[in-house]
Design a protein around this ligand. Structure first.
Ligand code: BGC
Ligand code: CA
Length: 439
């Protein structure tokens, strides 16, 4: 009896050792060196896929945050979005959010018109930090600001989204001097400078680059800058901390990251919540539903067995694009107190699923850049809250934001997982991932 027990124990040990040694994801969950980021706190290593022997190409797949699309034209990559019958995209409504950001800045100018022109030259001057000229969401935000401030120039039915470099004299060709009439008086608005914030290694939406840019700009024309606008809070906060806070210049971002929301008390002008709490839920929820083999609307538009349900004022689904879009909300001095906790699950969908009817499944998920403020400080912590509620064991992979291979290298054994959640470095590169699932 004792002998048999010892034998079994020994066998178990050998087996678990083998499982460890042969498991590439142990290596994979380590953060890339040199990015200054630490390994994801909650990396769980699956032993076996729980879903039987489903081919990798037939497993549920969700793209999130970067919609598969052509980075020059913005055209959606429908092949990637229709990879299999359980493929979806989860993001947010970029145009609605962009309009909101532009309107928020315009509202601020209107409300503060008597004090906005700091040097009294009759021109309302602003600078703009651009995240990634090849990212649909970034393009939409640049257009939203230019549209609201009437500085945009239309080309083929859309406002140009190129960076202008510096435009202190108003001669740039990608933008024009705008005109706002406020309280019966005309004002000129000028985009004094704009730049894609890409660092020398190639990382986009780069906060440190934005901090350097504002220092360069203000050194030569600081007194002309009345407003700082940014495609996101990571870059916005870098500029706020480097210059605008001390100079009382309103700075506007996007994402409603916790530090940016808190900074509204210190003069940060405002931000937009892209409802990351709804997006993170949807990202994992569509996988859960596909794995459970239930209607995709379960726990989304239709209440599930635990009472989780979303109302249609926080998201919309576009079936022709296989895409779920969260709706955006402006966060300003008036309402920022309601947005202080950026990583709290959204209450209507925060109910725990039962482990009996929704058994644990293994998910591979990557964050394209572990140094990205929004993804690492807001989105991933939310995912980590929802994975427990949805009984998903998620392996979090952090990329370097520069090369797709840095991430795809760590998807060397897709058979170990039941489903995949993918955040590409470049929106054109869906095939680098689907190619691995097709093998
Ligand atoms: C966020 C940015 C982020 C980017 C990464 C956007 O939705 O607003 O802050 O850098 O996603 O892809
Ligand atoms: Ca001025």
């Amino acid at each position: 009896m004792k002998k048999a027990l010892a034998l079994i124990l020994a066998l178990v040990m050998v087996m678990s050792l083998a499982a460890c040694g042969g498991n590439p994801s142990n290596e994979a969950s380590k953060a890339p060196e040199g990015t200054g980021s630490s390994a994801p706190a909650e990396s769980k290593t699956p032993e076996q896929p729980t879903g039987g022997d489903v081919a990798n190409k037939d497993k549920p797949l969700v793209w999130f945050n970067r919609q598969p699309s052509n980075s020059s034209t913005g055209e959606l990559d429908m092949t990637a979005l229709n990879f299999n019958k359980d493929t979806y995209y989860v993001g947010f409504d970029a145009n609605q959010g962009a309009e909101l950001q532009g309107q928020m800045i315009l509202d601020y100018i209107t409300a503060h018109i008597d004090a906005i022109d700091r040097n009294g030259d009759g021109i309302i001057g602003y600078v703009l930090a651009i995240g990634d000229i090849g990212h649909n969401d970034s393009v939409a935000r640049t257009r939203g600001v230019r549209k609201a401030l009437t500085t945009g120039i239309e080309e083929n039915g859309a406002i140009k989204s190129d960076a202008v470099g510096t435009n202190v004299d108003g001669s740039a060709t990608a933008v024009q001097d705008g005109k706002l009439t406020i309280n019966g008086k005309d004002y000129t608005v000028r985009e004094l400078a704009s730049q894609e914030m890409k660092n020398s290694a190639g990382a986009t939406w780069d906060a440190a680059t934005a901090g350097n840019a504002i220092n360069t700009w203000t050194a030569s024309f600081g007194d002309q800058i009345d407003i700082v606008a940014s495609n996101n809070d990571g870059m916005g906060m870098a500029m706020f901390n480097a210059w605008s806070k001390a100079n009382n210049v309103p700075t506007f971002g996007y994402d409603a990251n916790a530090d940016a929301v808190a900074a509204i008390a210190d003069g940060y002008g405002g931000t937009i919540s892209q409802h990351a709490d709804v997006q993170a839920y949807l990202t994992l929820r569509v996988l859960r539903n596909a794995l459970d083999g239930v209607d995709i609307d379960t726990g989304i538009g239709t209440a599930d067995d635990a009472g989780n349900v979303l109302s249609d004022d926080v998201y919309r689904y576009d079936d022709s694009k296989r895409s779920y879009y969260a709706l955006n909300v402006a966060v300003t001095a008036e309402n920022y107190n309601d947005f202080m906790d950026a990583t709290k699950p959204y209450a209507p969908v925060a109910n725990q699923l039962s482990a009996d009817s929704h058994p644990t499944k293994n998910v591979w998920l990557n964050i394209y850049n572990s140094a990205d403020n929004f993804l690492s400080a807001t989105y991933q912590p939310l995912l980590q809250n929802y994975d427990d509620l949805l009984n998903l064991k998620v392996e979090y992979i952090g990329g370097d934001g520069q090369t797709e291979a840095n991430i795809t290298n760590r998807l060397s054994n897709p058979s170990q997982y039941d489903a995949f959640a993918i955040n590409m470095v470049k929106t054109d590169n869906a095939a680098s991932y689907t190619g691995l699932l097709n093998q």
